[in-house]
Ligand binder design. Sequence first.
Ligand code: NAG
Length: 479
Amino acid sequence: MMSSSKLAQLCLTFCVAFLFCPSVHSHLQVGFYRNARRRTDSTVRDALRQDRGVASGLVRLRFHDCFVRTGGIDYDVPAGRRDGTVSLASQRLFPTYLPLPLMSINSLKDFQTRVSLKKKWLRTLSDAATENQVNVNVRNPMLLKSKFADAILKMSQLDLLTGEIRAILFCRSVQSHLQVGFYRNSCGRAESIVRGAVRDALRQDRGVAAGLVRLHFHDCFVRGCEGSVLLDSTSSNKAEKDSPANYPSLRGFEVIDDAKARLESECKGVVSCADILAFAARDSFDLTGGFDYDVQAGRRDGVVSLASETYSNLPPPTFNVDQLTRRFSEKGFTQEEMVTLSGAHTIGNSNCRSFTYRLYNFSGTNSQDPSLDFKYAASLRKSCPQDSTDPNLEVPMDTRTPTIIDVNYYKDILANRGLFSSDQILLTNPATASEVKSNARSPSGWKKKFAAAMVKMGQIEVLTGNKGEIRANCRVINS
Ligand SMILES: *[C@@H]1O[C@H](CO)[C@@H](O)[C@H](O)[C@H]1NC(C)=O
């Protein structure tokens, strides 16, 4: 059975969502049919007693007021939908509206984008078929069930009454249980201790600020913000940090270790590594950019870290605008937020390997990438010789102010001095080009947007409540 705390969590999820999205959710509420539920419930139960197979039929019919009892999981359904008055066979057959069994991966992806269903929910929904199987061969049936409940809830909010499937803004971001000042009572100095560790590290090397921002980003994009990027590989597992996407370019791990050690001696076993990382990224941004913002906390640490998962989740520096936009939207970001977050390249260094292909034989032309300023390319060739065997050669990403967070990154792009293709490419799309221009013009506007996007990023698929653990050492899971 679903534990009551989990139920309470799901309920809370929606209560919180209601608070923040009144316009979206105002018409649906848990307990809408409070007085009628008992009867609906028993009718459904009677039917299931006759034929349990009918359960999958009901799920398939999107009969959300039926409570899925056969899986041993219950969840509250916000109710109050009214019935539409139009039903056209043509609409049903048209693949725009319903995913068909023969759909290719690409059309499924399309469908997913159209209804804003997350990939994992889509996968979960296809698992409705397992309802009919004797053996549900999943490693974690509890997890599948709770994800299934999540997905069904999301699906039930599709607004069909306007004549097209329009996913109502789900406000996934506000459904987390993160809160500002989470450690106020349990470890009052937690945030200032982290800030102290970051300040000390920056005194040695200001470049580490970029490392910490990137570390948080790479943590959140793979398995959510649950500290998986901090875990070391073991003899039987290659962890995220050892994927080419992260190694050797990802840095700042020692700063997190230092902060964790300080926190463990002040309040043992209380502050998660994932939260430390979120605080440290904020502190890096503030200490080098002069812009502070509140960080919600309450994340817990995950116990899984797989190098293989970095490839499909992190955006490589070679992506074009469409690919970048898609990757960020998979994580819940708009294109504008994607451009805003790219501004993180305003500080820090990059390994030559990430861009040398632009300098020498670009697309087999025996020449440089034509979108790269000629003088800049010449200086990059000096720093990154074609025949170099040194894997650690680096250059600053922002040539004018490499250790200060500012909008020179955007000015560089406008001058064709964006280091990565994925930077320069932002000029090839009218919408992203106009974002680049407006960010270049408005330093404080960009910082505000960046802080907001970081807060949003810090909420990606977090573990809260009694999920995950509070690691004692950020590099290993508790035994
Ligand atoms: C440049 O790339 C093309 C196509 O990949 C290849 O045929 C050519 O040999 C390369 N030139 C050099 C100098 O490496």
